[in-house]
Ligand binder design. Sequence first.
Ligand code: ADP
Ligand code: MG
Length: 246
Amino acid sequence: MNEPIMSVANVGKQFGGLIALKGITADFKEGQITAIIGPNGAGKSTFFNILSGALKPSSGTLKFRGADMAGVPQHDYVHRGIARSYQITNIFPNLAVLENVRVAAQAFRSRMNIWTNRGVYEDIEEKASATLAAVGLSGRAGTLAKFLAHGQQRALEIAIALVADPALLLLDEPTAGMGPEETREMVALIEKLAADRTILLVEHKMKMILGLSDRVIVLHHGELLADGTPEEIRANGEVRRVYLGQ
Ligand code: ADP
Ligand code: MG
């Protein structure tokens, strides 16, 4: 369990003249929940996009289970075991909740050729139902996605990522726009999902992160300011200074 599932070494990212990330080095351990935090503009989204294959780094390397990801296109990440959710909810609003998950399961399984393998249809149905149950949405299977509460839409989005059975699940601000009750429910869901997989998330809610995460990475001006347990981060003077007044 102590082998890193993902490791980044000296990762940098430039957008034209702007340096968004500078020489980030970090290992992500299997089975842990790691939070990436930092003030606005720190480089969190850029880092997250690199980890999920949406962006390629300008320099440095990204490895998943020891394999260099440099030449791997984003659409192959999910088949390697890396899936993500987005900061903005990404669902089909006019499809029922179960249909949303089924479309995702079908897309993921399409490599197995659904036109020639009849058994795949039943697998997809089963997978979609089981995944809905895993995020607590079985009772809303027939509801159009647009009629779900915000927190349930975010859970649905996570279900869409989960149909790929990712070993590494990346969550971009999973509690964005949620009140305390929805946030508590999302935290409980993340804790449950973490029993079977590695989770990496970007978040703003400091208190929630410190309670939920095994480890916290703090970015500031594109640099890795701190990397440690919640207790170490809480006690870190530089981190306190950066967050003062936020
Ligand atoms: P965070 O998510 O921590 O708020 P970002 O990763 O979004 O930070 O941004 C880091 C820096 O990179 C910011 O200065 C931002 O304006 C810049 N940036 C991010 N994406 C792009 C882009 N596609 N083109 C140009 N600049 C970008
Ligand atoms: Mg961001």
